[in-house]
Write a protein that binds this ligand. Structure first.
Ligand SMILES: *[C@@H]1O[C@H](CO)[C@@H](O)[C@H](O)[C@H]1NC(C)=O
Ligand SMILES: *[C@@H]1O[C@H](CO)[C@@H](O)[C@H](O)[C@H]1NC(C)=O
Ligand SMILES: *[C@@H]1O[C@H](CO)[C@@H](O)[C@H](O)[C@H]1NC(C)=O
Ligand SMILES: *[C@@H]1O[C@H](CO)[C@@H](O)[C@H](O)[C@H]1NC(C)=O
Ligand SMILES: *[C@@H]1O[C@H](CO)[C@@H](O)[C@H](O)[C@H]1NC(C)=O
Length: 575
């Protein structure tokens, strides 16, 4: 029996802990007991919200369960703050920072020690040699323990998963969410003359095993691994940006609200509404646009027109710009990803900008982290967490802070998808409070008449057969004969693989998708040979006041569309 005492300053404890965790996994998978043991003592645990930072906690690892409390006394009194089955968690060891990350699928645990120089060299060396042999242990259902010899796969898997799910910005939750009835909106959507269904039902992709794709592509050039079209939905990332305008009427209301604090409440509701678009979208991912691909969307009924363009390939950046009599809206979307073994965190880095015509306001805000839990399994669900700060760059009268609350304990759904926000005056006093759930609606009780300020529209009939799309999402890729002659040949609506998928021809879509991706690689090679770079057509790169790259609309799209018309212009052939 091995046992040890944790101590915040002793890295040997982490080694011991990781050994015991691996033993638990081996026991679970093979039934072979290697070194059972008990460890307990104080370690540092990271907390994301509230009180972000490292906190000292008392840990006990026994019988394959890791429990922790605030103090030793709490443990003996049975007051446990959290516990997890270590054999089911994916563990990764970060040698440099003396940290162990445990990913249970629902929660990410970060645990570390603070090594002080008093820590003897001998001990440090043994830790170093052990941690060099970095282990990455897969969940038991894989029936496989990965050790240093197979460790090279870690990076490959990370990259593939990122490739698979990049920019899956959708929000969705566990399957049971589908059964929560959405109380219908007061307002009955007017008929827009647009389609209310897709031409074909979505394909069943439950047989497409992501793990199988990963294993089958080991050793291949990542850029050449093509993902099956059956994983996709017939909407791409350029169209997804437009989907953030599904509730643009909130901006219309804001532009007609004289009180600056109330106006801010509507801006905040708009910022939150962008996360609801895909509550039911956990089974598919959007198409990745090819470099130079564009998308336009004219909505006379909503009073705005929108364009977007894929402006950069490495890293992928999609820029967009929308305008109406009431507002303008623009952003360039880019991401960073962190893969923890079972969960993928997507960290957006761009800012969203909105101006209102009547008051000259210019609002700017950041986006929150989206985490895809259980990314490799069908139990995938999404969570948004973090803080949004909305500033009005033209007038500092008020600011707004929104918190997307991280669910604290798995198993407890009470605060799943919760959002809370406040509108503050210049002195920092709270003028308005609002809150709710990002998939159900936002309520503000500090307005002169307390009311629901936003609620998602009810889902169309048979939406589960149509990728979980809302009515607005179904309209995004609609191509009507009267629109066709006006579109540039780079418009997403004309992209054949996405169209085939929409029409239910999955094998055709697969083949065409490969061709389009190959064409893109050839174009890139050609450009590289000539030593030149792709130049976006409707956005140009600039630096903002803080020296960051931004992509600004050149404002030429609508003019060119009208005169001379895209049919008369030179264009690149994307497919
Ligand atoms: C601007 O907002 C007002 C008030 O909500 C609305 O009546 C009007 O239709 C909006 N304009 C457009 C072009 O949609
Ligand atoms: C949004 O506006 C601010 C202020 O003008 C600017 O710094 C930022 O770069 C803008 N973002 C984009 C994507 O244009
Ligand atoms: C800022 O907004 C307040 C409230 O609407 C207004 O009184 C003030 O004049 C504005 N300041 C500027 C610089 O526009
Ligand atoms: C699917 O698309 C391919 C390629 O265009 C075509 O050859 C095939 O006939 C299509 N299948 C169906 C069922 O439409
Ligand atoms: C651009 O696209 C249009 C419509 O597809 C086509 O008629 C035209 O020939 C293309 N121009 C060039 C230079 O390829």
């Amino acid at each position: 029996n091995v046992s040890c005492d944790f101590s915040i300053t002793c890295p040997q404890c982490l080694v011991q802990m990781s050994r015991i965790i691996i033993s638990c996994k081996i026991l679970l998978i093979t039934g072979v007991m290697i070194t059972p043991g008990i460890c307990e003592g104080y370690l540092l645990k990271r907390r994301k919200w509230p009180l972000k930072g490292w906190h000292k906690r008392y840990f006990v690892l026994e019988g394959g369960t890791l429990r922790y409390s605030k103090s030793h006394q709490d443990v003996s009194r049975g007051r446990v703050q959290g516990s997890l089955d270590v054999s089911l968690a994916v563990m990764s060891i970060n040698k440099k920072s003396n940290r162990i990350d445990l990913d249970t699928g629902d929660i990410l645990y970060h645990i570390k020690v603070n090594v002080l120089n008093k820590c003897c060299a001998k001990q440090r060396n043994s830790v170093s040699s052990y941690l060099n042999d970095k282990c990455y242990v897969f969940p038991p259902q894989r029936q496989r323990v990965m050790t240093s010899s197979t460790f090279g796969m870690n990076k490959l898997i990370t990259n593939l998963i990122i490739l698979l799910f990049t920019y899956l910005e959708a929000s969705t939750t566990r399957k049971y969410r589908a059964s929560i009835s959405r109380t219908p909106n007061n307002f009955v959507p007017k008929s827009t003359g647009r389609r209310t269904a897709l031409p074909a039902h979505c394909p069943d992709n439950s047989h497409v095993g992501l793990m199988a794709i990963l294993y089958n592509n080991i050793g291949k050039d990542l850029a050449r691994v093509s993902m099956p079209a059956a994983l996709n939905e017939p909407v791409n990332l350029l169209q997804r940006l437009c989907e953030e305008l599904e509730y643009s009427e909130l901006l219309d209301v804001a532009n007609n609200t004289p009180d600056p604090y109330q106006r801010m409440v509507y801006i905040a509701a708009f910022a939150i509404s962008g996360y609801t678009t895909a509550t039911f979208r956990n089974r598919y991912k959007p198409f990745n646009p090819v470099l130079g691909e564009t998308y336009e969307c004219i909505r006379e009924d909503r009073g705005f027109r929108f364009i977007s363009e894929q402006v950069c390939h490495h890293p992928p950046i999609s820029a967009c710009h929308a305008e109406s009599e009431n507002f303008t809206f623009w952003q360039d979307q880019r991401w960073k990803n962190k893969f923890w073994g079972k969960s993928l965190e997507i960290l957006p880095t761009g800012m969203v900008n909105v101006t209102l015509s009547r008051y000259g306001d210019h609002y700017e805000w950041n986006k929150v982290v989206t985490c895809i839990h259980n990314v490799l399994s069908q139990q995938r669900y999404l969570e948004h967490y973090g803080e949004v700060t909305i500033q009005n760059l033209k007038n500092s009268t008020c600011t707004c802070k929104i918190t997307f609350v991280k669910s604290r304990y798995w198993g407890s759904d009470t605060n799943k998808n919760e959002v809370q926000g406040t509108v503050l005056d210049q002195g920092g006093s709270v003028i308005h409070r609002f809150g709710g759930l990002w998939h159900e609606g936002i309520f503000c009780d500090t307005l002169p008449t307390p009311k629901c300020i936003w609620k998602p529209n009810s889902q169309p009939k048979d939406y589960l057969q149509f990728y979980g799309f809302s009515t607005f999402a179904m309209e995004l890729n609609e191509l009507t004969p009267d629109l066709r002659p006006f579109l540039p040949p780079t418009d997403t609506r004309l992209r054949p693989d996405q169209r085939m998928l929409e029409e239910g021809n999955v094998s055709g879509a697969d083949r065409k998708k490969d061709e389009i991706e190959e064409l893109q690689r050839e174009r890139r090679k050609e450009l590289a040979k000539k030593g030149s770079e792709h130049t976006p057509r409707f956005f140009r790169k600039a630096k903002d006041s803080s020296g960051r790259d931004v992509w600004l609309n050149t404002g030429t799209y609508w003019e060119l569309r009208q005169n001379p018309g895209f049919a008369k212009l030179e264009n690149i052939t994307l497919w």
